[in-house]
Design a protein around this ligand. Sequence first.
Ligand SMILES: [Zn+2]
Length: 107
Amino acid sequence: MKILAKIPPQIKIGALRANVKMVPYIHADDNYRGLFNQRTEELQIDNQLGGRARDMTFLHEIVHMADINYESRLDESDVSRIANGLFEFLYYNLGIELDWSDICETP
Ligand SMILES: [Zn+2]
């Protein structure tokens, strides 16, 4: 059974806030798929992404937020591994998929 979990326009993790936005050209300009900017309080995802790539990128940025908030001092590959494990648990064990309908036109 598939369960859709709606991505809210604003994420809160501890003291951090992020407005979730789909943004063009992140990958083309900076070779990232997404980013979290603590100063602007934006969690940006490249708008060319969809499906699992978009969901995995989002979880990756959420792990970055948790890392910053809880001062875990993870490196980039730690963040990727934790995000991948989280993704596998949510998708393949709980059947949860992310619903982007409040963020962009391609849910
Ligand atoms: Zn990263």
